[in-house]
Design a protein around this ligand. Sequence first.
Ligand SMILES: [Zn+2]
Length: 371
Amino acid sequence: MALPSAPGSRRSRRPGEPIRILETLPSAPPRFLADDGPVEVSTYPGGRSSALVFTNDDIHKLTDPARVQRVLDVLGRHGVPGVFFVIPGYRGHLPIESRDAIAGLLREAVRDGHEVAQHGLTHKFAGGHNLGKIGYREFHSLPAEERLLRIFCGREILEDAGYEVDGFRAPGFSLDFETLRILEQQGFSYGSNGRLHPLRRGLSRRLPESQYYPFRLEGLSMLEFLCEGDYFHLPWRRREVMKALTSRFGEYRERGGALVLLSHLEPLTSNHRLELLDDFLSEAVSPDVWTPTLRQFSRWWVAREALTIRTRVTDSTLQVHLDCPAGGPMKDVAVSFRHPNGLKNYEIRSNGSGVLARGPLNGCRVLVDLS
Ligand SMILES: [Zn+2]
């Protein structure tokens, strides 16, 4: 049995009313049940204590593959996969197609462990002229059927180009609750639709602790990942940006949270920003930090929430029973023993796999795979 993340406010909403995700964050971090017994199961795989996800927005049919390759080269040096949010139908008439050079590069990247996710359909708001800042906020105040159509068509274009699509980020973070509901109905497993801007530090200080973890909005089962950035867009010197970014990541690490880093190709591949990314990853990536794609992260999180842990003692052996009823399989589940209390041995079992591990209890941590 698991405790789901605390729900946000449940007041009724007007159709098309924008969601201010930062105001609907649950008040508390997620809690996993049954972690207070003689064993502890880590939040992330391999017993890692925090997570870092790199995301990049706005790739489309006309994007120069060489620029994406430069980002992939930096990520590759650090063994970090990226999540690339692709605009499926750029300008409304330029769908990304399987034969496009950029599509081929991204398919290769996916084979190497990166992920492609959906970034609206056209990125442009179609509702009128002279819209100023909301011109790029595609999902701003659209009728429900048009939102559904854009989500559906966008996903089809990406699938035709050779990608499996699990996640969605609304262009310009133009989200309302109905869009989330449509995404859930369409089988998306996660969204990343809220953003903390690096310059709004005062605002971020008022946010609840749940901002550091994946969460759910108003009873939906789809996970949401708040993202941070774009630090590469800041008009500061490299050393100052590096300081702000590492300090922010330090806040996530302190809480065992997950930083989802937002970037855009435009500033990232210009003005030495790639060197900044290289520097940051050199500092941030360590064996203690998990660096998944968002698909991997959401699958793990759903399974981790549903994981149950039962213990009993038989003949000085601590028997641990792990059951993963949803989301699995789970690889590298780290089990630590807290209070051996004179017990000599442990044995870990699961419903699906029988005995997973056994041995002497000497305060060690054991990694097991659950099917
Ligand atoms: Zn965008």
